[in-house]
Ligand binder design. Structure first.
Ligand SMILES: NC(=O)c1ccc[n+]([C@@H]2O[C@H](COP(=O)([O-])OP(=O)(O)OC[C@H]3O[C@@H](n4cnc5c(N)ncnc54)[C@H](OP(=O)(O)O)[C@@H]3O)[C@@H](O)[C@H]2O)c1
Length: 314
């Protein structure tokens, strides 16, 4: 990365704000995209709406590597209500950015897909799972939008020989996550409720759903490795090999917050998404040498600390 001119879209979002400092530290010259003016030391900020082709062309000018993280979306509930916007905005920004990168002769490109592309049925989500079933109903439109981006990556590799890495982060969490109650995923949402000592702590679903959660800085490392070692449009899961039931996750967060005796009530009338969402980590280990290193307990403790210092104190 040393001396390379790198564009990060979504550079001020959750994962982007962890990736940008890592790239700067590695010696890259970083330009980060946002739809509004931002301040970031050592970073060139490009104000751009990536659903507009002209903005995409401006953003990629002079760039060697693109980390494309920008995506349009909210939490599960809102995504279902605004399905048309979700599909159109994501298809537009993925399409215009990739085409602008091709025209500008960008050398390497990373497309951030997601484990939302997977159908709901399999025990272990292997990258080669056939696409003869739709994405799980709870994430259907977003899953289709991400799938289209993956197909686009393959098509640009085949027709133009572009070097494109495709990664599927699965349930990332960590410092800098979105704690807004209308958008927050399960971990930030639970951390905020527990910090407020909401009693009883009501958790959606049965508590029996199984997940693997991956720490954000591990995802960032996986993205960098994928760009360097697997820019061949062949998707790679960025997931943790550690799995947990939601009930155990709740217990660990209560312990990290120092209130293990807070009463908890699971509400099985509310949706809980896939009953089991556990991506295989074998391909990431074999192909790019990636293994998520942060144990869930440690990552949660760091995230709780960050929340107290940056959100509660502000
Ligand atoms: N977080 C997860 O749970 C998760 C899981 C799997 C995959 N992923 C994928 O990983 C990537 C990063 O996720 P994240 O959680 O960091 O997302 P995030 O915090 O929501 O950040 C995404 C960023 O995209 C930018 N964006 C949206 N529409 C745009 C537009 N029209 N033009 C320019 N920028 C636009 C926004 O930047 P501004 O607001 O600054 O304009 C936003 O901050 C996404 O592709 C996401 O789908 C995330």
């Amino acid at each position: 990365m040393k001396g390379r001119r790198v564009l990060v879209t979504g550079g001020f979002g959750f994962l982007g704000s962890r990736l940008v400092p890592a790239l700067l530290e590695a010696g890259a010259e970083v330009r980060a995209v946002s739809r509004r003016p931002r301040e970031a030391p050592g970073v060139e900020v490009a104000v751009a709406d990536l659903t507009r082709p002209d903005d995409c062309e401006r953003a990629v000018r002079g760039i060697e590597d693109v980390f494309h993280l920008a995506a349009f979306g909210w939490g599960l509930g809102e995504n279902q209500k605004q399905a048309a916007q979700l599909l159109t905005q994501n298809v537009l920004l993925n399409t215009h950015l990739l085409e602008a990168a091709r025209k500008a002769g960008v050398e390497r490109y990373l497309y951030t897909s997601s484990s939302s592309v997977y159908p709901g049925s399999a025990e272990l989500l292997d990258e080669s799972l056939p696409w003869d079933a739709p994405p799980h109903g709870s994430e259907s439109t977003f899953g289709w939008a991400k799938r289209l981006g993956e197909i686009q990556a393959r098509a640009y590799r085949d027709q133009y020989g572009m070097k494109i890495a495709v990664v599927r982060p699965s349930n990332p969490y960590g410092p800098g996550d979105d704690f807004d109650p209308s958008r927050a995923h399960v971990i930030p949402s639970l951390i905020a409720k527990v910090a407020a000592r909401t009693s009883p702590l009501v958790v959606w679903g049965t508590g029996q759903a199984v997940r693997s959660f991956v720490y954000a800085d591990d995802v960032v490392l996986g993205m960098r490795l994928a760009m360097e070692r697997a820019a061949d449009a062949d998707p790679i899961n960025l997931a943790s090999p550690e799995t947990t039931r939601i009930a155990d996750l709740v217990r660990t967060i209560l312990e990290a917050e120092g209130c293990a005796d807070l009463p908890v009530r699971f509400d099985p009338t509310k949706p809980e998404g896939h009953p089991r969402k556990v991506p295989s980590t074998a391909k990431a280990e074999a192909k790019i040498g990636f293994r998520a290193a942060t144990p869930l307990r440690e990552g949660l403790a760091r995230t709780v600390r960050w929340y107290r210092e940056h959100v509660l104190r502000s």
